[in-house]
Design a protein around this ligand. Structure first.
Ligand SMILES: [Zn+2]
Length: 145
C-alpha cells in the first residue's frame, strides 16, 4: 500500500465498519483512497437509498465526533484468522497481523497509516453510491476538521 492519507484511511475503516454493522455486508474488496476523494467497492446486491446513505454518513460522523482513540494490536496469524477475513492481506505481511482498532467501534487487519484519534478525520461526506458490475460502489470525501 503506498502513500495513503491517514485521515482517509481511518475514515474508510469507520465507513466500512458502519456498512458491515448496518447491512451485514463484508469489508470492501477494493478501495481507492486518495486525499481529495475516495471510493470503496462492496459485495452487495443493490445500491443504497438516499435515506440509507445519509444515515450511514450520520453514523460515521458520530464515530468521528466521539474522537475514538485509534490503536494497533498485533496478533498471531492464527488468532487473527479466527476473528477476521485475512484474504485481502498479503502473505508477505508475515506471522504477526496488525489489527487497527477505532475505540471499540471497529477492528480490522490493516498495514496502512491512520490518525491518532477519529476527530482528526474531519467530516465525511458521501458523494455518490451506485450498483455497478455486481457491487455497491460508495464515493466519499472528507471536509477539514
Ligand atoms: Zn487502515
Amino acid at each position: 500500500m503506498k502513500d495513503i492519507d491517514p485521515r482517509m484511511h481511518t475514515a474508510e475503516h469507520l465507513l466500512s465498519g458502519t456498512l458491515v454493522a448496518m447491512f451485514g455486508m463484508g469489508r470492501p474488496f477494493t478501495t481507492h483512497l486518495e486525499k481529495k476523494k475516495s471510493k470503496a467497492d462492496y459485495r452487495f446486491a443493490r445500491t443504497l437509498t438516499e435515506e440509507e446513505a445519509r444515515s450511514v454518513e450520520e453514523r460515521v460522523n458520530a464515530l468521528i465526533d466521539a474522537d475514538l482513540p485509534v490503536r494497533e494490536e498485533y496478533l498471531s496469524r492464527e488468532e487473527a484468522a479466527a476473528q477476521f477475513d485475512l484474504s485481502r492481506l498479503p502473505d508477505a505481511a508475515g506471522d504477526r497481523v496488525r489489527v487497527v482498532h477505532c475505540g471499540n467501534a471497529d477492528a480490522c487487519p490493516c498495514s496502512g497509516p491512520h490518525v491518532a484519534s477519529t476527530k482528526q478525520c474531519g467530516r465525511i461526506r458521501l458523494i455518490s453510491w451506485s450498483y455497478e458490475d455486481g457491487a455497491l460502489r460508495v464515493r466519499f470525501r472528507l471536509e477539514e476538521p
